[in-house]
Design a protein around this ligand. Structure first.
Ligand code: PRP
Ligand code: URA
Length: 209
């Protein structure tokens, strides 16, 4: 697996704003979408292109357009939903699947799959799984397990903030995927929250709690 850490100052700046506890729900949502778009720009830099002929007002010309595997964005519910529009702003024709996972606060390693839907033909698509937080890695591993079980082969995973524990666990479980991390934080606390992190991403995006 390859892991890419974002170094672009705009991405790092926006992640810093995201962390602040007094960032409003509205601003938080906007920032998650913008960061997803900026990270998506980096993560999709290897999209295949093919040449087509276009007629400009001046002359005919051969120019590149995106080709190859069609893209599918797969958010992990809930918080991953906040990143979808950022990717769709780059690739409006992308399909969207969903994976619903619940992280049991008592038994942090347990995951319940609430809902799942995948765009066909999944085996021919470039899948981009999105979730702002990669903490223990349990949700990410379960999501990629699910996608692979249903035939997904080319998988990228984007998380805005990750803990070293989550990166290691995901790397070990799925060495063939490409991981993109906005910022690698210090560690997990005793409740498996990322430190310094940003708190509960789902609650902050949807204004719950
Ligand atoms: C959060 C987050 C990830 C998961 C990361 O979701 O959005 O999906 O925790 O933690 P992990 O790496 O230890 O699995 P949560 O289960 O809190 O649900 P939510 O998105 O509905 O808030
Ligand atoms: N999920 C979150 O939303 N935040 C964390 O810090 C860890 C898991």
């Amino acid at each position: 697996m390859s892991v890419s850490y974002m170094t672009h100052p705009l991405i790092r700046h926006k992640i810093t704003l995201l962390r602040k506890e007094n960032t409003s729900t509205n601003e938080f949502r906007k920032l998650v979408e913008e960061i997803a778009m900026l990270m998506g720009y980096e993560a999709l830099s290897d999209l295949e292109t093919k040449d087509i002929t276009v007629k400009t007002p001046i002359e005919e010309s051969v120019q590149p357009v995106i080709s190859g595997k069609k893209l599918a964005v797969v958010p992990i519910l809930r918080a991953g939903l906040g990143m979808v529009n950022g990717i769709l702003a780059l690739v409006p024709s992308a399909r969207v699947g969903h994976i619903g996972l619940y992280r049991d606060p008592q038994k942090l390693t347990n995951r319940t799959n609430i809902t799942a839907s995948s765009p066909d033909p999944i085996d021919q698509r470039q899948i981009v799984v999105v979730d702002p937080m990669l903490a223990t890695g349990g949700s990410a591993i379960a999501a990629v397990d699910f996608i692979k079980k249903h035939g997904g082969q080319k998988i990228k995973f984007m998380s805005i903030i990750a803990a070293p524990e989550g990166v290691d666990a995901l790397m070990k479980a799925h060495p063939d995927i490409q991981l993109y991390v906005g910022c690698l934080d210090r560690e997990l606390n005793e409740n498996a929250y990322i430190c310094p992190g940003l708190g509960d991403a789902g609650d902050r995006i949807f204004g719950t709690k």
